[in-house]
Design a protein around this ligand. Structure first.
Ligand SMILES: C[S@@+](CC[C@H](N)C(=O)[O-])C[C@H]1O[C@@H](n2cnc3c(N)ncnc32)[C@H](O)[C@@H]1O
Length: 296
């Protein structure tokens, strides 16, 4: 794992090559060599690839999965394993790209199977909780992470890796790797797409800081607030640009109302917000009463 690209055409002897959505054992080998964990947990172990590699390398490893009675949305990984691990890394389903319960294993659909989440949004929420469960089971200074792919559905592109990065503590993000997907089955429908077929997935790694899962909200709230503030600033600047660099407040309100109705509808104080943006940042200067311009 010397670079941020991971590419292994072979999967090696570990796990089960017939398990749909299995990962190459060489990927895990690189991961363990880079991070050197003494203890490892994979809470969505599938056919067991990661755990087999880990044990071969002398790492104490625990593999859990819904197929054998562990449910990441209801059971605490930490409680089951008994002590926090150096590395808690999972390879979740990519929403319903491959459906597991009742298809790959078992006779019945399982309601908490991540691959059976009712919508992309529900999947993202459940995935978020799963990673928080992993985080709780990680030693401070240790790593938690996922191998996850993006998804194209009905003309839309959903980036679960971007979603996770946005939802987890920014100051814990340690590495993002692009993993090349080999042996992806093609289908004729894909060839007609205007956009490239997705041939990669991501390995995301966070390094846990010494604070509880619930303190994490403190670490996340600030970046989220900054992002929202930045969005307002960008919207007001763009409205000003559309008015040729200077505009009366009333015109800015109108443009924003027409251009961003949802954002405006969600904030009953949005006009005050616009005035605050104009006054607070050095981006704008007052020209006359109620008229503003982009600062030089
Ligand atoms: C992509 S597969 C893992 C493949 C594995 N890396 C391998 O090489 O075989 C994802 C796994 O997540 C499991 N899973 C789905 N929902 C789960 C849940 N709520 N709790 C635990 N495991 C779950 C599925 O049963 C499936 O085995």
């Amino acid at each position: 794992m010397e670079t941020s690209i991971s590419s292994h055409p072979e999967r090696g002897p570990w796990g089960n090559p017939r398990w749909r959505g299995n990962a190459s054992g060489y990927f895990y080998k690189d991961l363990f060599e880079a991070l050197g964990p003494k203890t490892f947990v994979d809470p969505m172990v599938g056919s067991g690839t990661s755990v087999e590699v880990a044990r071969e390398m002398g790492i104490e490893a625990v593999g859990l999965d819904l197929h054998s009675g562990f449910n990441i949305l209801r059971d605490s990984i930490l409680e089951i394993v008994g002590r926090p691990a150096d590395l808690v890394f999972s390879h979740p389903p990519y929403h319903d790209m491959i459906v597991y319960s009742g298809e790959v294993w078992g006779d019945e659909p399982h309601p908490d199977d991540l691959s059976r989440a009712g919508s992309v949004e529900e999947f993202a929420d459940k995935l978020h909780q799963a990673v928080l469960n992993q985080r709780t089971a990680t030693k401070p200074g240790g790593h938690y992470g996922v191998l996850i792919g993006d998804l194209r559905r009905q003309g839309r592109y959903y980036s679960f890796q971007a979603e996770l990065i946005a939802r987890l503590p920014t100051d814990e993000l340690a590495a993002v790797l692009v993993k090349v997907q080999h042996n992806v089955s093609s289908n004729a429908r894909n060839y007609r797409l205007r956009y490239p077929r997705i041939m990669h997935e991501y390995a995301l790694l966070w390094r846990k800081q010494d604070r509880s899962t619930y303190q994490v909200i403190g670490a996340m709230a600030f970046p989220q607030k900054r992002r929202l503030e930045g969005t307002w600033r960008a919207l007001v600047r763009q409205a000003m640009v559309e008015h040729g660099g200077e505009a009366a407040l009333a015109d800015l309100y109108r443009t924003l109302e027409e251009g961003a109705p949802e954002r405006v509808r969600n904030n009953p104080h949005w006009k005050a917000k616009v005035r605050q943006v104009l006054q607070r940042h050095g981006d704008f200067r007052p020209l006359a009463r109620g008229v503003w311009a982009l600062a030089a």
